[in-house]
Every structure is written in structure tokens, then in C-alpha cells.
Design a protein around this ligand. Sequence first.
Ligand SMILES: Nc1ncnc2c1ncn2[C@@H]1O[C@H](COP(=O)(O)OP(=O)(O)OP(=O)(O)O)[C@@H](O)[C@H]1O
Ligand SMILES: [Mg+2]
Length: 296
Amino acid sequence: MSTIEKAVTKLNRDNTGRSESSAQQSSEQLQVHEPIAVKPQVVQEASAGHDNSSHTVQLNLAMLEKNNFVSLSKERRLINEEYRVIKRKLINNAFGALSKTLQHPNLILVTSSRPGEGKTFSAINLALSIALEQDKTVLLVDADVLRPNVSKTLNISHNLGLTDYLQSTDVTVPDILLSTNVERLKLITAGSPHHLSTELLASERMSQLVNEFASRYSDRIVIFDAPPLLGVNETAVMAAMCGQAVIVVEENRTRLAEIEQSVSLLPEEMAVGFLINKAHRNQGKGYGYGYYYGAS
Ligand SMILES: Nc1ncnc2c1ncn2[C@@H]1O[C@H](COP(=O)(O)OP(=O)(O)OP(=O)(O)O)[C@@H](O)[C@H]1O
Ligand SMILES: [Mg+2]
């Protein structure tokens, strides 16, 4: 049995047991409140503060909460608990013992086999979850330049983003780096549509930018919301620039052969995890979120 088949078998087993324990947990521990309105806060630079980003966007945290994203309020939510587990593994890989064996362990590519499996949803939730850590700063980069949905989902806009930087040496990192009302969360939007959008992701300038993120921001996590692996060659090129990949797998939709094909496109030396999205729970809602995460 291949590693992936074992993982999927384990996933199915875990999900069966998990559905029951999740249901139990949700009734025992988790209280669902009305979303708490969060006042826009004055943005403070992260204490490391050496990135001199001068632009600020306001995230509507109440709207995100309402749309079932990880909550930044004190409220306990199942989704927060679930992402906490995944985030821990990513942070451990980035800064723990394994980090010495990885190149650019703090750079995490969030991808999938095919479009629509939940990359943006997962990348935003991971970023929010990491921003909840007291001592961690996170930069979320919308690198899915063909289907740039981070800005849309977060309801923000900025006139300069990743493709603008990649196309022009006149655009600098501070021009595209956005602070937010979440103190430890920075963003880079996808930028203007460009006919060579995906090619730009595999460019020398992209490689230099990624190297800069890895070294200059080595104390923070950088999450790339990337295009899918199958059909977009540049995603594998980007993967080779990152130390970790999270492959979002849609339960009951993604085929095992597609997962295997996707994994075969990734460099062998990177840490790869699978995030099973839209896993069904036996909670009466029928649609939720679940995961299996394992490094290969
Ligand atoms: N676990 C989830 N629970 C609820 N809604 C979800 C979940 N995962 C994804 N969605 C929703 O499914 C849709 C597709 O998800 P998303 O945009 O994250 O996928 P994607 O892989 O980024 O797609 P694309 O390839 O188009 O960029 C979105 O409307 C998103 O809000
Ligand atoms: Mg997306």
C-alpha cells in the first residue's frame, strides 16, 4: 500500500471515530454565540517591525466569523480547534527540529490537485490561526494569480500586488505589503491581471522575492495561496521554493490518482501535509471541515 493510500485509509478511519468525538466535543465544550462585532483597531506594526509596510487594510472580522472562518474573538469554535492542530504541525516544521532538514521551512505553499477544493478557505484560516499565536507573525500571499480570491474573500483591495511587483522593478516590497487590523497578520494581494500571470510565478524575480521572505522574515510564517498543481506547471516551480506544502483534498471528490500525481510533482525533500476539506461530520449539518495531516 502506498503512503498516500495508507493516509487515506487512516483518514477514513479517523473521520469515522472523529465524527463521533467531534459531535461529542461540540456539544460538551463548544458554545456557539452570535458573531461578536469587532471594532476596527489601530494597526500596530509587528514588534519585529522591519518590513516598513506603509499600507493598511481593515479586515471585517465579524463578517469572517459569520462566514465560518477561524474566529479571532475569545469564543471557542470547533474550526479554531481544528486549525490549531494543523497549525501546530506547520509551526513545528517551520521552527522545530525538522526545520534544519528543510530549505525555507517557514514558507508554506497551500495548493490542491484541482481548482475549487478549498485552497483559499484553508490558506486564510491557517493565516488567521497562526496570527492568534502570541509570538508568531504571518504573511499571507495571494499567489493564485489566475483565480485571485483572497482579496475577494477578505473584501479588501489595494492597487498593487504580487503580479505588479513581479512585472516591474519600480514596485517594491513595501509597496505591496499590507498591514491589517490583525496585529500579526500581513497580506500581499495577487495584483493586476497579466497575460503572463502564471509564468511570472516561475520567474527569477519571484525566486528572489521568495528567498527574501525566507531569510529576511525567517521568524515569521509565509503562506502562499497557490494555483492547483495539476495543469499549472508553475505551481510545482513555486513548490520548489518552499519548505512545506499543504495539499488541500476535498473529501469525496479528489481522486487518489490525482493526489498521487500532485505529490509526484513536489520536491522529495519538502514536508508535505494533506488537509482534508469539506469533510462531513455526523452533526446534522452535513457540511463541515475536517483534516488529516501527515508529513511524508
Ligand atoms: N470547509 C469549508 N466549509 C465551508 N465552505 C467552504 C469550505 N471550503 C471551501 N468552502 C467554500 O467553497 C468555495 C471554494 O473554496 P475556495 O475558494 O477556498 O477553493 P479554492 O481551491 O481556493 O478554489 P480556486 O481553485 O477557484 O481558487 C468557496 O466558496 C469557499 O468559501
Ligand atoms: Mg482560491
